[in-house]
Design a protein around this ligand. Structure first.
Ligand code: AFP
Length: 360
């Protein structure tokens, strides 16, 4: 039976008509990405039945153990997106260098960056995971030349589109092409993503935050201040009680924030000084920042907006604070106050330097 809902292809074609800057085969490129996500959803949902769980037996470029599904999901993106003629090159969390389109296929005007399976430590315990993607333009003056890593190093503000697929109780696709953020649900009966959550909007206020609290001792001071104020609840300066969540899958956390507000933090910490955060800029932080910003929220490192961060390498890490606007702005203020020393505890000279209360 026809549901009357817009499917993702119709949505894309209408967006492309509305915005002539979405040149060439833009809608067909996103359709290829969508097909990759459907294939991954199928593998994830079959789990043990398809023998896709467990370690692949090797590490990725980050030195993290690859899961079998990490590898399969990476292959799904390549297989579905390399032949259409819409891409100049691809890059992924699972590949050290950029992926060149095979010479037998035509090249297109876009670059695709993706995390094929984010939150993959959740796979073996059957919890939500997702795929994240970002579309950039292949610089015009480079058309025809062999793509290099430098072509990818564009700040998030240059993204043409960003999205994620969430493989949860239902499979959802959340997508922005720069005109709001839209949510689609996979109807498995007809194999299509249907628009179920048009124009998602993140409430500016929240009483919910998400952070891996086991890292507390390593957090930078502004985050320690923010979280301790949330934990103090009604009896503290915030004068309201907060709730906390941690799924350890960024896609699931961002999705919750799009649905009911909240703030997600993976801040800079001192656990490993060589890493300025855990999350990757180009295929985690930047696409999520665009999705969140298009839904009225904010994404920041604490010191600058994530969409403004100029990448210097493909697998660069970055601190991430995103979600409800008021909270992210507050955390940015705490960073500024820390930089100027304004957040130092107030110490009154009354009791230590004057003799008024001393027993001497
Ligand atoms: P994996 O994809 O390696 O499981 O990492 C997931 C992730 O990048 C992000 O999705 C989570 O928010 C974060 O890492 C979880 O980190 P912790 O392991 O510190 O909870």
């Amino acid at each position: 039976m026809l549901s009357g809902r817009t499917n993702v292809n119709k949505f894309l074609i209408e967006e492309q008509r509305r915005n002539p800057a979405l040149a060439g085969d833009f809608s067909m490129l996103i359709s290829d990405v969508v097909r990759s996500c459907k294939a991954i959803a199928q593998g994830v949902s079959r789990g043990s039945l398809a023998d896709v769980l467990g370690d692949a037996g090797r590490d990725n470029v980050q030195g993290e153990a690859q899961k079998k599904l990490d590898v399969l999901a990476n292959q799904a993106f390549i297989r579905h997106c390399e032949w259409g003629g819409h891409l100049a090159a691809m890059a992924s969390e699972e590949m050290e260098d950029i992926y060149h389109i095979p010479p037998e296929n035509p090249r297109g005007q876009y670059l695709l960056v993706f995390d094929p399976l984010d939150g993959s430590s959740n796979i073996d315990v059957n919890l939500s995971v997702g795929s994240i993607f970002s579309v950039l333009r292949y610089p015009e003056d480079r058309q025809g030349a062999e793509p290099t890593t430098d072509d990818f190093l564009q700040p998030g503000a240059c993204q043409v589109a960003a999205g994620y697929a969430l493989y949860g109780p239902s499979t959802m696709l959340v997508l922005t092409v720069g005109n709001g953020t839209q949510g689609f649900t996979l109807d498995r009966n007809i194999g299509e993503f249907l628009l179920t959550h048009p124009n998602l909007a993140i409430s500016p206020e929240t009483r919910e935050f998400a952070i891996n609290a086991s890292n507390e001792r390593f957090w930078e001071a502004p985050i320690q201040r923010y979280v301790s104020e949330c934990l103090a609840g009604k009896s503290g300066v915030r004068e309201k009680d907060f709730n906390m969540r941690w799924v350890a899958s960024m896609v699931a956390e961002v999705h919750r924030i799009l649905m009911r507000g909240g703030v997600f933090m993976y801040p800079r910490d001192s656990k490993d000084m060589s890493k300025p955060g855990r999350l990757r800029l180009m295929y985690e932080a930047s696409p999520m920042a665009m999705i969140v910003a298009q839904a009225g929220g904010l994404a920041s490192t604490g010191d600058e907006r994530i969409l403004d961060v100029q990448p210097t390498s493909l697998h660069q890490r970055v601190p991430v604070i995103l979600g409800s606007r008021d909270e992210v702005e507050r955390i940015e203020r705490y960073h500024r106050e820390h930089a100027t020393g304004e957040d130092q505890p107030f110490s009154s000279p009354l009791f230590s330097t004057r003799t008024l209360f001393r027993d001497d």
